[in-house]
Design a protein around this ligand. Structure first.
Ligand code: F1P
Length: 609
């Protein structure tokens, strides 16, 4: 899930490469590096441990001009984050390579190459690509052929770009399992792992397909498919925007994104609802025909997106009139599963590039589902392109690694899916009408909920010295407890676990003491009385409770319980109750002084499995 940028131009490309890396930092920020062929015809490489800013500082001290270059921002898989493991990797000072993905047979290849006399300078799997291409180059007519030969020997996933000192007028690139996009300029061409990196220089893109190897020069792009045959790939005019902008009055992107949620939800709803339902076109051409046949929904996703899927299971079975299974994509893709009759597969992903989710979609297509729907925030992403139907959340660019507005807009998309499928499966017009109204009122309720921020900021003080915490919810609030726990882990590094409150007495009660804050999400629903009993079980054992409750649920603050009341809502309560948990983790992280937008060890887009 590293970020890659490359350029072949007449002008100096280093600025373009570094700006590209900045835009790709969401893919990893363990180290960054750049290599160019300089005016003296030498390969010049600058690498730094840490974020792109460290590389920028180094480049301002050591100007590295060149018309052809490659650059990389890393999320470490093989080998610790360090300068020697940072890309680009070199072979014999002739060849520079950047890579995204994992070479699974790297150990065997490394042994072979060491026997052939190659010396390894890093612990990465990437370095085998550099040496193997270098080795194959001796028996092939061009760098392109050397890459094609190398591709036959590599197992695993890669998006890779090669630069040859002896032939600096071209880059050779290969895609197998990790996305790469060619950017077309005038008298200059580019390559990147995401079009976002290249938006300042072009709007014309070619998305490489699985198994493609390509050669890019200033004036030409030649693409060859898996079998080595030359192919033409469509050119796309991109309308994508890079609106990371500045943080405005906010201290972090995450806080900005939390506050953007009412607007993001309003945008996601806009033009998609009638008085009594959801317009089928919202999900793309052919949605009506497909939805009429659906009797079962299989959802696959990872991380935060998986939590939204879990909420959807409650909704689909309660209101949608169809059965639903939910599975983590990395599990689904590697087990034998049974395809229910008339089954729709739904993938959920902010980025649309999550490797496991993409692999799960491809598997599902082979297994013979009725059709596939992607719920995604990035237009033109692999997931969207490869699915039959797509629902675009309109959250706008999400920069904070911990997902916030992408999650709540996914839930809005899933709520609309429930309506769209439900209307063919017994959801009455009256019910639909009420649900549409609730969706329309949601941005206002989110605004009201955000007003609780100062109360939550105060509460956060009590968490700063804690090492563990427990999140409890029941029904469709159980996944919200899971999402709250994940947020706290991700950005404050406090150990947090979530439990369905009914499970307490089956083990976790043993953990309860005054040092273990218990966070409870308690809307006023059919399970409220059950939840209240669970709360008493905790109290009786000396636990300190923090309850986010419906104003009509009648929880009272006292010495062992802090209550914060939220506006009243019914079926969309999971969306509303997400907000205080996001704010809580944010303020705890602020007190702890962690890197909120780029927490340690994580990356925004997980393009390796
Ligand atoms: C899945 C995910 C995010 C999380 C983090 C890492 O990504 O787990 O939920 O916030 O950024 O990746 P996606 O498939 O939703 O893009």
């Amino acid at each position: 899930m590293c970020g890659i940028v490359g350029a072949v131009a007449q002008r100096d490309v280093v600025e373009i490469l570094v700006e590209g890396l900045r835009r790709l930092e969401y893919r990893g920020y363990d180290s960054a590096g750049v290599a160019v062929v300089n005016n003296a015809g030498e390969l010049q490489r600058v690498r730094r441990l840490g974020k792109v800013q460290a590389l920028t500082d180094a480049l301002s001290e050591t100007p590295t001009p060149g018309g052809t270059g490659i650059a990389h921002t890393r999320w470490a898989t093989h080998g610790e984050p360090s300068e020697r493991n940072a890309h680009p990797h070199l072979s014999n000072n002739d060849l520079a390579v950047v890579h995204n993905g994992i070479i699974e047979n790297h150990a065997a290849l490394r042994r072979r190459l060491e026997e052939a006399g190659y010396r390894f300078d890093s612990d990465t799997d990437t370095e085998v690509i550099a040496h193997l291409v270098h080795y194959n180059r001796q028996n092939t007519a061009s760098l392109l052929e050397a890459m094609q030969a190398t591709a036959q020997e590599l197992e695993g996933a890669y998006g890779t770009v090669l630069l040859d000192r002896a032939d600096p007028e071209r880059l050779v690139v290969a895609r197998s399992g990790s996305p790469l996009v060619i950017g077309l300029g005038i008298g200059e061409n580019f390559i990147a792992s995401d079009q976002l990196a290249l938006l300042p220089v072009t709007r014309r893109f070619i998305f490489l397909e699985e198994g493609d190897v390509a050669e890019i020069t200033r004036s030409d792009v030649r693409i060859f498919d898996k079998s080595g045959a030359p192919v033409e790939r469509e050119i796309h005019e991109s309308t994508a925007s890079y609106d990371a902008g500045d943080k405005g009055p906010y201290r972090h992107y995450m806080l900005k994104e939390i506050y953007e949620q009412p607007q993001a939800v309003a945008n996601t709803l806009e033009g998609r609802l009638s008085e009594t339902g959801v317009l089928d076109e919202t999900f793309g051409n052919g949605a009506t025909e497909l939805f009429k046949q659906v009797k079962h929904v299989q959802i696959v996703a990872c991380g935060t997106s998986y939590h939204s899927a879990m909420v959807a299971r409650y909704w689909l079975e309660c209101f949608g009139g169809v059965s639903c299974n939910v599975e983590i994509a990395s599990e689904f893709r590697y087990r034998k599963s049974y395809v229910q009759p008339n089954s729709l597969v739904v993938t959920i992903s902010q980025s649309g590039e999550t490797a496991d989710t993409l692999a799960a979609l491809r598997l599902a297509k082979d297994l013979g589902y009725l059709g596939s729907l992607a719920i995604c925030n990035v237009a033109g992403s692999s997931l969207v392109r490869e699915s039959d139907l797509a629902f675009m959340t309109r959250a706008g660019a999400e920069i904070g690694v911990a997902s916030t507005k992408a999650f709540t807009t996914q839930l809005v998309g899933l709520a609309m899916l429930v309506l769209a499928i439900g209307k063919y499966n017994g959801l009455s017009e009256d019910e639909q009408h009420g649900m549409v109204l609730a969706l329309k009122n949601l941005p206002g309720k989110l605004d009201e909920t955000l007003e609780l921020a100062s109360q939550i900021e105060e509460l956060a003080e009590e968490f700063a010295d804690k090492h563990h915490s427990l999140f409890l919810g029941r029904g469709e609030q159980y996944p919200i407890a899971m999402e709250g726990a994940l947020k706290l882990k991700e950005i404050s590094y406090i150990h947090a676990e979530a439990y369905a409150a009914g499970e307490l007495k089956h083990g976790p009660l043993a953990l309860i003491d005054a040092d273990m804050p218990i966070i409870v999400v308690a809307p006023n629903n059919d399970l409220l009385e059950k939840l209240k009993s669970n709360v008493e079980e905790v109290r009786a054992r000396g636990g300190i409770l923090y309850v986010f409750a419906d104003s009509e649920a009648h929880f009272e603050s006292d010495a062992t319980m802090r209550v914060i009341n939220l506006p009243h809502t019914r079926w969309l309560a999971p969306i509303l109750y997400t907000i205080p948990l996001q704010l809580l983790s944010y303020y705890v992280a602020i007190i702890k002084g962690t890197d909120v937008d780029q927490p340690r060890n994580l990356a925004k887009s997980v393009t390796v499995e």
